[in-house]
Design a protein around this ligand. Structure first.
Ligand SMILES: Cc1cc2nc3c(=O)[nH]c(=O)nc-3n(C[C@H](O)[C@H](O)[C@H](O)COP(=O)(O)O)c2cc1C
Length: 365
């Protein structure tokens, strides 16, 4: 069990349409003014990280998309403590360009940038930008080499790699990033995703799931990581609907699903399920998602952070007890709900964490 306090990240809405594929009103905006203010609110509310999204074309709505590395830098420039995770895809990015970009941003922002290495699920997007579409496990083999290259460039001089996808010869990056190496996140649920996390990533992000589902994934991941002598932390996605009463929160969920855009949800579902099933064992993200689950495109309802602040805080502490280190939160009305979360939910989480520590200490004494 993790001894530290659980960390919080929020999804940066840098693509249009919010985080649910529904016609319900979403008081959010993908533009920079809204996002700068949101980052400042999140930092004041006690969030540790912001996660940007990488997207080159529309797929389920998401008609407009700001580029993630540039956008992350703007959010870092507008804050002082928040860490911002820039999402990138091997393919369009090469490790040489990304290592350099991130090293510079790290210097510009006092060492607060991180990266999310996204392996890709959306074939239409790759076709649109003229990138070859590798088969599922090949995408992960490439991502692993990408991460190995990034770490090598960031931490050593005279870096040499003769890989299947990337080659470096006696390369020394100057300046190196301020942080020893900026944290490396990755997403995915498939066997290949977990195996990569158990070997090279600092953080493993998974789609929303029940506590039991998350536990099964974490047990599997951590057993493999231990065998590899590798340390990896875990973040879980959740769509948070915190309201003063449970009825209000449940009513909001019902409205989101009632007003779901079936065409867009089904178009996303077709692409996502193809991606989920295309991993050899068929356990990729979305392989088991229902229509309702897909309305939040990373299965965020399944985590069930929907209810009163007290209910949500208790569920977060239950997630922590099975090995979750970070909750990645999405919201309907970002600015107002991030503020509410910081004021009402976070203090309860800290209180429950304190009580657990005190109970443990008393049991030992
Ligand atoms: C928290 C999280 C964030 C993700 N962010 C992005 C993103 O910004 N862009 C993208 O194309 N895919 C994103 N993905 C998709 C994953 O990188 C991966 O392609 C997908 O989960 C399918 O993986 P699997 O088949 O291994 O389960 C994200 C996944 C998770 C869990």
């Amino acid at each position: 069990m993790s001894q530290d306090t659980i960390k919080f990240a929020y999804w940066v809405p840098n693509v249009s349409g919010g985080l649910v594929v529904s016609k319900i009103e979403q008081r959010t905006d993908w533009g920079i003014d809204y996002n700068r203010k949101l980052a400042q609110i999140a930092e004041a509310a006690g969030f540790d990280y912001a996660l940007s999204q990488v997207r080159f074309t529309a797929g389920y709505g998401a008609e407009y998309q700001h580029e993630s590395v540039a956008f992350s830098h703007a959010l870092l420039a507008a804050t002082t403590r928040l860490k911002v995770i820039a999402a990138v895809l091997p393919g369009p990015w090469t490790p040489s360009v990304l290592a350099k970009q991130i090293a510079t941003i790290d210097h510009l922002t006092g060492g607060r940038v991180a990266v999310n290495i996204v392996s890709g699920w959306f074939k239409g997007e790759f076709t649109a930008i003229g990138e070859p579409w590798l088969e599922h496990d090949e995408r992960y083999r490439r991502s692993e080499e990408f991460i190995t290259a990034l770490k090598g460039i960031w931490t050593t001089d005279n870096f040499t790699l003769r890989g299947d996808f990337y080659r470096f010869h006696d390369y020394t990056l100057k300046p190196k990033p301020l942080q020893q190496h900026p944290e490396i996140f990755q997403g995915g649920s498939s066997r290949a995703a977990r195996d990569m996390a158990a070997r090279v990533s600092d953080w493993y992000f998974t789609n929303g799931n029940t506590v039991e589902g998350v536990k099964a994934q974490i047990d599997d991941l951590q057993a493999k990581a231990a065998a590899n002598h590798h340390k990896v932390k875990v973040g879980v996605n959740a769509f948070v609907i915190a309201r003063d009463t449970e009825e209000e929160a449940r009513a909001v969920l019902a409205q989101i699903i009632d007003q779901a855009d079936p065409e867009a949800v089904n178009a996303f579902g077709d692409a996502a399920k193809q991606a989920g099933k295309s991993s050899p064992e068929g356990e990729g993200n979305w392989a088991k998602s229902s229509f309702e689950d897909l309305v939040q495109y990373n299965d965020g309802f399944k985590t069930n952070l929907i209810g009163t602040p007290q209910q949500i805080a208790e569920r977060i502490v239950a997630l922590k007890a099975v090995g979750v280190d970070l909750v990645l939160a999405g919201f309907l009305h970002f600015q107002e709900e991030v503020e509410y979360f910081g004021r009402k939910v976070l203090p309860l989480v800290r209180e429950l964490e304190q009580r657990k520590v005190a109970a443990k200490t008393a049991a030992v004494a």
